[in-house]
Design a protein around this ligand. Structure first.
Ligand SMILES: [Fe+2]
Length: 398
C-alpha cells in the first residue's frame, strides 16, 4: 500500500512543484539603475511575493566561479514578502566587467512565527561593466515624450545605435498617465530591458504626465536612487550630468490636481539642492556638464508665459528658481522636452548662458562627448536628421 501510494504522492508533489515553478517567475527586468564607477542597483519583479537576492562575480573569474550574494535590508530586516526588488551592489571596482544572477524564493505564507517558502528560482548570468572614472569619452541617447509609443522608442534607440552608448536618458513623459500598476513596464521599461537595460543603465527624468493618476506615487520606486530623490546627478568619466525633476505644469491649485500636488515647494527645495551640486568639486572639475530637464529652463517666452490654462506655470516657476543657478554654473548643454516641438536654442549671453535642445515627441538626440566637446545629432522617428552640431568648450566655461 505504501509503495503504491508513494509514486502517487511524488507525482502530486512533482506536479505541484512544476506548477509552482511555472507560476512563480521573474516577470519584469532585470534592469540596471544608477550605475557608477563603484556600484549598481539591479531592479526586477517577481510574479508573486518572495525574498530575492543577487549573486555577483567579476567576469574574469570564469563561468564556474561562485558569486557573492547581496540583498536589500533596512532597519535590520531583509526586504521580503515583496514583488518589486531593487538591490544595490556597492564597493565594486571601477572599469571592471561583472556578471550578476537573480535569485528568489517565493513566500506563500508570512506569519509571525511561520514563514512558508514556495519555489526557488534563478536567472541566467548577465553582464555589465562599471564606469571608468578616467574615461574622456562618453556617449548617450536622450529622448522624451514618447507617451507609451513603445515601437517608436525602439526605433529611436536603433537609429541612435544604442549598443554603442554608455547610458540612455529618458527625459520625461515616457508614459501618458499612470493608469495601472505595471504601466511603466509596458510603456518603456520592458522594451528597454529587452534591448539594453540588463547590461547598461537608463536614467529616468520625470515628466509632468508621470505625476498623474493612481500609480504616480509608485513611479519613483521603479527607478530608485541612493539619494532617495527623483532628481540627481550622474558622472560618466569626465562628463557630469545633472537631471532635474520639474514637476507639474499647472499651478498647485489647478482643478486637475484636486489639491494633491505641492510642486512649488518641491521646486524650491530642488533649487537649493542644485545650488549645492554646482559647487561640488566633482561638478566643477568635470570637462563637460549637461543638464536634463523635462521642462526647458529658460528665459524663452513661448515656454514661460504664452500657454493657456496655467500650463506655463511649472516652466516659469522652474526657470525663476533654477535658471540663475545654471547661468552661473558653466553648463554646456541642456536637453529638455515637453513641448512636442523640436527646437534648438543658442545661448543668449546674460539671459541664458547655455544652449537648449528641446526634443519633440518624435525625436531623439545622440550625444558623443570627448574631453568636453559635445557632438549632438538629433533625428526623428524616420531617422531623418534634425540637427547636427558640435558644441565646443566655450571661452571662460572651464
Ligand atoms: Fe510634458
Amino acid at each position: 500500500m505504501k509503495n503504491a501510494l508513494f509514486p502517487i504522492f511524488c507525482l502530486s508533489a512533482a506536479t505541484a512543484l512544476v506548477c509552482s515553478a511555472e507560476n512563480y517567475s521573474f516577470d519584469h527586468g532585470p534592469y540596471l539603475q544608477e550605475l557608477t564607477d563603484d556600484g549598481v542597483t539591479i531592479v526586477f519583479t517577481t510574479s508573486g511575493k518572495g525574498y530575492s537576492w543577487v549573486e555577483i562575480r567579476e567576469k574574469s573569474a570564469g563561468e564556474q566561479a561562485p558569486g557573492e550574494s547581496y540583498w536589500t535590508s533596512k532597519d535590520g530586516l531583509k526586504e521580503a514578502d515583496n514583488t518589486l526588488h531593487a538591490i544595490r551592489i556597492p564597493d565594486l571596482k571601477p572599469n571592471t566587467a561583472y556578471q550578476y544572477k537573480l535569485h528568489s524564493k517565493e513566500i506563500t505564507k508570512f506569519a509571525p512565527y511561520r514563514v512558508t517558502f514556495g519555489e526557488e528560482i534563478a536567472s541566467p548570468w548577465y553582464d555589465f561593466k562599471t564606469f571608468d572614472p578616467q574615461a574622456t569619452t562618453c556617449s548617450v541617447i536622450a529622448m522624451s515624450d514618447v507617451h507609451d509609443h513603445t515601437d517608436q522608442l525602439k526605433d529611436l534607440l536603433k537609429f541612435g545605435d544604442y549598443n554603442t552608448c554608455d547610458a540612455i536618458f529618458y527625459v520625461g513623459d515616457m508614459l501618458s498617465n499612470s493608469f495601472e500598476k505595471n504601466w511603466a513596464f509596458k510603456s518603456y521599461i520592458d522594451a528597454s530591458t529587452e534591448m539594453f537595460a540588463k547590461n547598461k543603465p537608463f536614467i529616468f527624468v520625470r515628466g509632468n504626465h508621470e505625476t498623474r493618476g493612481p500609480v504616480a506615487r509608485m513611479i519613483p520606486a521603479y527607478t530608485p536612487r541612493t539619494n532617495g530623490e527623483i532628481y540627481g546627478t550622474q558622472r560618466i568619466g569626465n562628463t557630469f550630468f545633472v537631471f532635474l525633476d520639474t514637476g507639474e505644469d499647472k499651478p498647485n491649485d489647478h482643478r486637475e490636481y484636486f489639491g494633491l500636488v505641492d510642486f512649488d515647494t518641491y521646486r524650491t527645495r530642488q533649487a537649493k539642492w542644485l545650488s549645492k551640486v554646482v559647487e561640488t568639486p566633482e561638478y566643477k572639475q568635470a570637462a563637460c556638464r549637461i543638464v536634463f530637464s523635462h521642462f526647458p529652463i529658460s528665459e524663452i517666452e513661448q515656454y514661460n508665459s504664452k500657454l493657456p490654462d496655467g500650463q506655463s506655470h511649472g516652466m516659469k516657476d522652474a526657470s525663476d528658481k533654477m535658471l540663475k543657478i545654471l547661468n552661473n554654473a558653466n553648463v554646456d548643454l541642456m536637453v529638455a522636452g515637453h513641448t512636442h516641438r523640436f527646437a534648438y536654442h543658442e545661448p543668449v549671453p546674460g539671459k541664458r548662458n547655455f544652449p537648449i535642445l528641446v526634443g519633440s515627441n518624435k525625436s531623439a538626440v545622440r550625444l558623443d562627448i570627448e574631453n568636453g566637446t559635445i557632438k549632438a545629432q538629433a533625428y526623428d522617428i524616420e531617422n531623418k536628421p534634425l540637427l547636427e552640431t558640435t558644441l565646443g568648450r566655450r571661452e571662460g566655461s572651464k
